[in-house]
Design a protein around this ligand. Structure first.
Ligand SMILES: CC(C)(COP(=O)(O)OP(=O)(O)OC[C@H]1O[C@@H](n2cnc3c(N)ncnc32)[C@H](O)[C@@H]1OP(=O)(O)O)[C@@H](O)C(=O)NCCC(=O)NCCS
Length: 148
């Protein structure tokens, strides 16, 4: 039976998984403690996500990852659907930022997000090393948004 658990005190135990989605610890620590952390579980943890409040009624997914061997089985999409239910009474908009990676953007579009805006040079300005996704350097942050 699948359920969503809110992770409170032991958030750091999930660092290895969080690093799959965001590869610099100092960047993760900027949102790890102020964010809400969710885990989609059945017999064990399948996917985790961190969401922050950016303004009144405006939330942002800062990190989402499905355990690699469980990817493409719907866990990521179901976790996002649970998160939307969780915030829909207190919020109006949910954002997510990602590198310019077609597979990830496609995933968010499947989850009902639409492209919103771009933050130029986010990855080159904020990370201490160049990062690549499928051989392509990450430069700008692409924001997508969906109504809650
Ligand atoms: C992005 C991520 C969380 C998606 O989680 P997931 O559990 O594998 O996704 P789902 O199985 O719920 O996918 C739902 C739909 O999204 C799309 N999708 C998901 N991953 C995709 C991929 N790699 N390529 C293309 N489409 C993809 C598909 O349409 C999929 O439906 P389908 O399998 O029936 O075709 C997962 O790939 C992941 O953990 N990636 C590494 C971390 C990361 O990059 N996080 C995002 C940082 S911005």
């Amino acid at each position: 039976m699948e359920f969503v658990k809110i992770i409170g005190s032991d958030k750091k135990n999930y660092m290895e998984l969080l690093l799959i989605a965001d590869e610099q610890v100092s960047m993760i620590e900027k949102y790890l403690y102020r964010g809400d952390m969710f885990a989609l579980c059945d017999d064990d943890v399948k996917a985790i996500c961190i969401v922050t409040q950016e303004k009144s009624g405006v939330y942002e997914i800062k990190n989402i990852v499905t355990v690699p061997k469980y990817q493409r089985k719907g866990y990521g999409q179901r976790l996002i659907s649970n998160i939307i239910d969780y915030y829909k009474n207190s919020g109006s908009e949910l954002y997510v930022g990602t590198g310019d990676c077609p597979a990830i953007i496609h995933f968010y579009e499947k989850c009902g997000f639409e492209k919103s805006h771009t933050v130029k040079n986010f990855f080159t300005d904020n990370y201490d090393h160049p990062m690549y996704e499928n051989g392509q350097q990450l430069v700008d942050m692409i924001y997508l948004k969906r109504n809650l």
